[in-house]
Design a protein. Structure first.
Length: 183
């Protein structure tokens, strides 16, 4: 083989090796950029968020234990209890809601009992005069969290709040009692 052919062959091999190296470096850069983007919580092109693991640990579920399916008196202190599972948020909201329609089921907020209380499974609700009615439910809502959360509401066994003079003192101070208990 002549010297010029050997030189040309080495140059072509060098160009091929350089091109291969550039392709590999480009692939590494693109892969790293996708990893960084998904780690920051930006949805990947498939629509899923790769920043969260695809397990039950990435979501939280709240379940109400009580009260439900009963009548309670205005001013009579109630203990709202719930459980949480998965990657539960540190705080939750506790709301009193009322069913206002079916097909589809629709609810409206009667009032917020606690906008942000520790997710410790317990809150205090003191029914106010403005809470009187039927078809009511307690709703435990998800607080701020990086994880998905399924809120809970006990709509299968609604509550009724009835007027009563038996608990007039606590009825008048319902907001202060709830605020002190639900920190």
């Amino acid at each position: 083989m002549s010297k010029s052919k050997i030189r040309r062959s080495r140059q072509e091999g060098s160009i091929t090796s350089t091109a291969a190296a550039i392709v590999i470096i480009f692939a590494i850069i693109v892969g790293t950029a996708i990893f960084i983007r998904n780690s920051a919580g930006t949805p990947s092109p498939s629509g899923s968020n790769s920043a969260e693991p695809a397990s039950s640990e990435a979501t939280a579920a709240l379940s109400i234990l009580g009260p439900y399916g009963t009548s309670v008196s205005v001013g009579q202190e109630q203990h709202v209890t719930w459980t949480s599972s998965g990657a539960a948020p540190a705080t939750v909201s506790v709301n009193l809601i009322k069913k206002v329609g079916t097909d589809p089921n629709r609810y409206e907020l009667v009032r917020s009992i606690a906008t942000s209380t520790l997710n410790d499974g317990s809150a205090v609700w003191v029914p106010a005069k403005s809470d009187v009615g039927t078809g009511l439910s307690i709703e435990i809502g998800c607080g701020p969290s990086a994880n998905a959360c399924t809120a809970a509401e006990n709509v299968s066994a609604p509550l009724a709040v009835v007027p009563s003079n038996s608990f007039a003192n606590t009825a008048a101070a319902y907001q202060a009692i709830e605020q002190a208990a639900n920190q």
